[in-house]
Design a protein around this ligand. Structure first.
Ligand SMILES: C[S@@+](CC[C@H](N)C(=O)[O-])C[C@H]1O[C@@H](n2cnc3c(N)ncnc32)[C@H](O)[C@@H]1O
Length: 505
């Protein structure tokens, strides 16, 4: 840490060392802490743009030749930055970033580096299919440029293993930085630095209203933005800013653009001794684990009474409030097939294509509010339409309203049941394991358990609520609902306002 801090300050970086100290945190590696009470809006440290490591600042792209660099698509995705980081490391002390690169980790707790046995613990979650290991390996072989390395350095600095290490450093530490147009034009760099947006951490305009975080990449090699790639963003390693840890909704500092530098500024008052937290976007545990190798566990009040079979409700009610469950559209299709409600394959494809063109997603997201996502209902209804109504829907150019009738509620329940069945273990078995074997479990197994339990809690509660609604609707229907109107089981009760009810009376 001392070496990197000295390098930072001797190369133009500034740290308010009366306010901020860097230290080790139990289970979270290095981080920053407040040395005195810090007010909101205070600049903790400043990183000159020249210390950012990216394809715009490394000399490698120009050395390879900008045309070649582009022709090999090194300006897209993360392959270019990975190669720059490998090359700068191979340059040893001659690299401008040598002490910084030496300070970065070379081992990671992310599932990318897990054994098959540990990965099996994540079955049912979306983590494994998003690892992008094969894509990264394909990139390594296709965009291979061993010729730019001195031959003697190849076995240690230009291997698939090092490629994965650099990819993981980018995944867990990079920032999306807007290109400084004036600077790049004056240096004649043009758009060399273009690369796809894949980082969770981003930089804000000073005092700008809170912005949505940039869309995350789904693959480790950051390649999947394709044509929508934002050419004004450069994925960059930002020394020191990448030393801040993060925790769900704890952000008290953020990186902001300044004229020739990026400034880490407090976004809230921070008390002496408190940790200084950046934000990684308050991600669900599945994504935190995939990108950063840790999970967030906070008290979840809505699950305090989580399960009657839970021997220790306090412990099991820890989790990440930002957890979600992903439901793939093909699961809905297979449920409809089972219920013999499906159209022919060609017709289904036509409707799915139309749904995607309308901006719909092929992955539906359940959140911790346990509401059935309107998009899920709308998609189910779209797939259930007869030919006449499908024709009318296309004419109207609008997907069906997310109105939950009895038929679609039946499908929703089957989809949730099937989704829950994709995990090899039940939530009660997981909670029992957490209770009985917590201290014996390896960190990987504990992390996988936290991800699984978080997702299953959401699924189970959403399913219970949906089933309760069906029962309530059936009871109301059999009693005539008090308004003379019969409802089918599962159909939503009319949400009368007090005034309406009075009028009816
Ligand atoms: C941007 S770096 C932060 C600095 C890092 N601690 C270090 O030693 O360089 C992100 C990494 O920090 C660790 N980390 C960040 N927040 C954490 C947390 N709340 N709990 C555990 N580890 C955390 C994870 O290993 C993550 O991959």
């Amino acid at each position: 840490m001392d070496a990197v801090l000295t390098w930072f300050t001797t190369n133009g970086g500034t740290i308010d060392s009366a306010s901020v100290g860097f230290t080790e945190f139990d289970g979270a590696g290095r981080g920053a802490a407040a040395l005195c009470d810090i007010p909101e809006g205070h600049v903790l440290f400043k990183i000159p743009r020249s210390l950012l490591l990216s394809t715009a600042t490394s000399a490698l792209p120009r050395r390879v030749g900008l045309e070649q660099w582009r022709a090999r698509k090194m300006h897209r995705g993360w392959a270019g930055l990975i190669l720059c980081m490998m090359w700068e490391t191979a340059n040893g002390a001659a690299s401008r970033w040598a002490p910084y690169l030496e300070s970065l980790p070379s081992t990671f707790d992310t599932p990318m580096f897990w054994s098959e046995e540990d990965l099996e613990e994540l079955r049912g979650t979306s983590v494994v299919e998003k690892l992008g290991k094969a894509d990264a390996e394909k990139d390594f072989s296709e965009k291979s440029r061993p010729d730019i390395f001195p031959p003697a350095t190849i076995p240690s600095f230009y291997t698939l293993e090092v490629y994965h290490i650099m990819g993981s450093r980018i995944l867990s530490r990079s920032f999306d930085v807007e290109k400084d147009e004036s600077e790049s034009e004056s240096e004649g760099e043009g758009d060399v630095g273009n690369t796809s947006s894949g980082s969770t951490m981003d930089v804000d305009e000073p005092h700008a209203p809170e912005q949505e975080d940039g869309e995350d990449s789904n693959s480790e090699n950051g390649e999947d933005e394709g044509e929508d790639e934002d050419d004004s963003i450069v994925v960059s390693m930002v020394p020191l800013a990448d030393m801040l840890n993060a925790r769900y909704e704890c952000e008290n500092a953020k990186l902001f653009y300044e004229k020739d530098a990026l400034g880490m500024m407090s976004t809230k008052p921070i008390k002496a001794g408190e940790q200084i937290w950046n934000t990684y976007g308050d991600l669900p545990n599945a994504e935190l684990l995939r990108r950063y190798g840790h999970v967030d566990l906070l008290p979840l009040t809505q699950y305090a009474d989580a399960s009657t079979s839970d021997p220790n409700p306090n412990q099991s009610a820890l989790g990440n409030p930002g957890d979600v469950v992903e439901i793939r559209a093909d699961l809905i299709l297979s449920v409809l097939n089972l219920l013999s409600q499906s159209q022919s394959e060609a017709k289904i494809k036509e409707r799915i294509d139309w749904w995607l063109e309308q901006g719909g997603d092929d992955v539906l997201i359940l959140e911790s509010d346990h509401q059935i996502p309107p998009a899920l209902i709308s998609l189910i209804r779209l797939l259930q339409l007869d030919e006449t109504d499908w024709g009318k829907t296309v004419e109207k150019d609008k997907p069906p309203k997310p109105k939950l009738d009895a038929e679609s509620m039946g499908v929703v329940i089957r989809v949730l049941e099937r989704r829950l069945g994709e995990y090899p273990t039940t939530i009660d078995a997981d909670l029992a394991l957490l209770q009985t074997a917590n201290t014996e479990l390896s960190p990987n197994k504990k992390h996988a358990l936290a991800v699984r339990i978080g997702e299953k809690r959401i699924l189970q509660r959403t399913l219970e609520d949906a089933r309760a609604r069906v029962v309530a609707a059936a009871v109301a229907a059999s009693s005539g609902n008090g308004n003379g109107k019969k409802r089918k089981a599962g159909e939503e009760p009319e949400r009368n306002t007090g005034t309406k009810t009075q009028r009816k009376r």
